[in-house]
Design a protein around this ligand. Structure first.
Ligand code: MG
Ligand code: ZN
Length: 371
């Protein structure tokens, strides 16, 4: 008798938890964010964040985020991911091999959160401090078997549905080696107003929400922050205001502090601190917007840690930094979330879960499979 009651209880429990797994309660529309801003500090692990914090009088904008999580960064074929596999995981929710842009582990193109947002009628944008065709941004708008196929990635950008982008890489649009196409002209045919750093100051340009907008900040890679590059906070604010005006349904925006990674590959703490300061100012801009707007989910994370950076003895004002590698490491990286549905980002999970959580927050997951 005892046994059968226990059995019944177990069966009921099993059925109940099984049901939970099958259909999580959808988030009511009123509780969903209208907008999602995903900020990626490429190579930004806890040591990089700590270094920036000590360098900035023991404070960072990141301290204002109420929800913290950790993500596991390994790729499909390597304990240590590169930015391509990690970017694909964040953008499309698929673990893939290092070097691969927006294809799953079988080589099948996987729809990105940016592409899906665009298809579902939201405005979309990216602002980065690398070329716009570099691995991290490429993963949101392109599908190519190798990250260095910059000219192919430039073509994919035209098909992605993106409304707004700021970054380097002009030469892959208008001085191509594989063909004679001028993709700046193609962008214009697709209703883009296209500007570049040769002819314009970003601060002088007023994007019209009636047109798409592109500003190319370099022929290839923009300068490091230490050499005077300072557009990321301004460009991010420009993107937020544009996207909000562009589309009443909401928007998805990806912002990347691209060169945090490069300073750590070079094992150089001073350039790193300049990149981190620039990225923190950008986070502050986004938080200011989100606080006023009240309908924006802000997520800050990294794709992986770079340099195996350690903070050794010293004082908060004069730290002794050490690096254990010129490459990336397998350490988990933190996730910070603010705004509607930020609670989804609590805990420890795979990098691919960030894509799932963003779709859930947007209400996409109940509308059908993304890819
Ligand atoms: Mg990157
Ligand atoms: Zn790297």
């Amino acid at each position: 008798m005892k046994f059968s009651i226990l059995t019944i209880v177990l069966i009921i429990l099993w059925g109940w938890t099984g049901n939970l797994g099958q259909s999580a309660t959808p988030i009511p529309e009123a509780d969903r964010p209208k907008n999602i801003v995903l900020l990626i500090g490429d190579g930004m692990g806890l040591a990089q964040i700590s270094a920036a914090l000590y360098d900035n009088n023991l404070h960072l904008s990141l301290e204002q985020f109420p929800v913290i999580g950790f993500q596991k960064t390994h790729s499909a074929n390597n304990l240590i991911t590169d930015s391509a596999a990690a970017g694909t995981a964040l953008a499309s929710g698929k673990k893939t091999k290092n070097n691969v842009i927006g294809l799953d582990n079988d080589g099948v193109p996987c729809k990105t959160i940016l592409e899906e947002a665009s298809e579902r009628g939201l405005a979309t944008g990216m602002v980065v401090t690398s070329s716009i065709q570099h691995a991290t941004p490429a993963c949101f708008v392109a599908h190519q078997k190798a990250r260095n196929m910059y000219e192919n990635i430039a073509e994919d950008i035209l098909k992605s549905g993106i409304d707004f982008f700021i970054g380097g890489g002009k030469q892959y649009f208008d001085r191509r080696e594989k063909d004679d196409f001028n993709l700046v002209e193609e962008l214009k045919k697709k209703d883009f107003a296209v500007y570049d750093y040769f002819q314009n100051e970003l601060t002088d340009v007023k994007p019209s929400p009636d047109k798409r907008f592109a500003f190319l900040t370099a022929d290839n890679q923009p300068l490091p922050a230490m050499q005077g590059r300072d557009y990321l906070p301004f460009a991010s604010k420009l993107a937020l205001d544009y996207l909000k005006a562009r589309n009443p349904n909401g928007f998805f925006l990806m912002i990347e502090g691209s060169q945090i990674d490069w300073s750590c590959h070079a094992n150089q703490p001073v350039p790193l601190l300049a990149e981190m300061k620039d990225f923190d100012k950008t986070i502050e801009q986004v938080l200011n917007f989100a606080r006023k707007d009240g309908e924006t989910l802000v997520i800050v994370t990294a794709d992986h840690e770079t340099g195996g950076m350690a903070l050794n003895e010293g004082s908060p004002r004069k730290l002794d930094y050490e690096f254990t590698t010129n490459g990336h490491t397998a350490a988990m990286v933190p996730v910070f979330a603010y705004g509607p549905q930020s609670g989804l980002f609590r805990g420890i999970y795979e990098n691919t879960a960030i894509y799932d959580k963003m779709r859930e927050a947007f209400g996409f997951s109940e509308l059908g499979i993304g890819n």
